[in-house]
Design a protein around this ligand. Structure first.
Ligand code: PEP
Ligand code: MN
Length: 347
């Protein structure tokens, strides 16, 4: 259920509505939009009656949200959510580019890539310290050591860190370093873990599970939002289909479908979606043409010797070429790509 109030409603009226929701054993969520204030209600809302709220001061409307997901739905909030991370926005006009290697492999490797990306004006650096690998015999990530390296990169280059949390045991350590906690495809439906991550109230990048529908993805986002954690970035990263010529099938239909269904930002990871480096630039451009708010791309200075996902990684040079094309494309879809070139000392 959703209570619509004017943005200029007196605080005392808003507090009375919130108090009433709590008295009825439900949870209130204040969601301000550009013209209205929505107060979302989660919990046993079928037990609530519209009349409980209709007569209260400053209440304009009481709406039953018909979708299974509520807080993340467009019905709850018609404006796009723009997430602000220390002045860097995700979900607005500016395209958000998250780039970096699949894994933290060593200090030298991570610093070499981070330095080149920083010089290109990239603000969000990705790299996994904990890696969910399909085979138990492949590189599993540097774990704590990897987080230490990421903390150094963050400090040295003033980059925002996006890194995956794989389980409860390492969640708090990951959260200390991460500006955005990545939840991987394999964990998208680990509901108790989604709740734990939600309780931290930190920005989350939620990747679509490989066999998950768009509705499944939005319901997983709802698990996080239900913990009053609203800074959620959705990520399309390809799904499993009968097609074997690429690693996954990048479902770009999901972008406009999600834009209509949800107010959350949606970015695309064509590196995992395609799995072959030379097809990544085309699908990156297609993602932005489809209306995505940004991209997550794997970049490695020595892809042939990468310990994970080298085959789908762009070299910094190829990545730079793609950035130039993205800058040209952005205004056509009413977006912009701001790149600040750093010439000498990147820090
Ligand atoms: C990754 O980003 O390196 C990764 C493991 O992604 P996914 O969870 O989409 O497979
Ligand atoms: Mn990877």
């Amino acid at each position: 259920m959703l209570i619509v109030m004017g943005l200029d409603s007196p605080r005392s009226d808003i507090d009375k509505v919130i108090q009433k929701i709590v008295e009825l054993n439900c949870t209130p969520h204040e969601i301000p939009g550009s013209s209205k204030l929505a107060i979302g209600i989660t919990g046993q809302t079928h037990l609530l009656k519209e009349e409980d709220f209709q007569m209260m001061h400053s209440v304009q409307e009481v709406v039953r949200v018909t979708k299974k997901y509520k807080l993340v739905s467009r019905q709850m909030k018609s404006d796009d959510t723009i997430i602000n991370i220390d002045g860097n926005s995700i979900g607005g006009k500016e395209l958000c580019i998250i780039a970096g290697p699949c894994s933290v492999e060593s200090r030298d490797q991570t610093f070499a890539i981070a330095e080149q990306l920083k010089k290109m004006g990239i603000k969000f650096f990705r790299a996994g310290a904990y890696k969910p690998r399909s085979s138990p015999y492949t590189f599993q990530g540097l774990k704590e050591k990897g987080l230490e390296i990421l903390a150094e990169v963050k400090e040295q280059f003033d980059l925002k860190i996006v890194t995956e949390a794989m389980n409860s045991q390492s969640l708090n350590q990951v959260a200390e370093v991460a500006d955005i906690i990545q939840l991987g495809a394999r964990n998208m439906q680990n509901y108790s873990f989604l709740e734990e991550v939600g309780q931290l109230r930190k920005p989350v990048l939620l990747k679509r599970g490989m066999s998950a529908t768009v509705e499944d993805l939005l319901l997983s986002a709802e698990y996080i939002a239900a913990q009053s954690s609203y800074n959620i970035i959705l990520c399309e990263r390809g799904i499993r289909t009968f097609e074997t010529s690429t690693r996954n099938t990048l479902d770009l239909n999901a972008v406009p479908v999600i834009k209509q269904a949800s107010h959350l930002p949606i970015i695309v990871d064509p590196s995992h979606g395609v799995g072959i480096w030379d097809k990544v630039p085309q699908m990156a451009l297609a993602s932005i043409a489809a209306g995505a708010d940004g991209l997550m791309l794997e970049v490695h200075h020595d892809p042939e010797n990468a310990l994970s996902d080298g085959y789908q990684s762009l070299t910094p040079k190829r990545f730079k070429e793609l950035l130039n094309k993205l800058s040209d494309l952005a205004p056509i879809v009413n977006k912009e790509l701001k790149l600040y070139e750093y010439s000498n000392n990147p820090a």
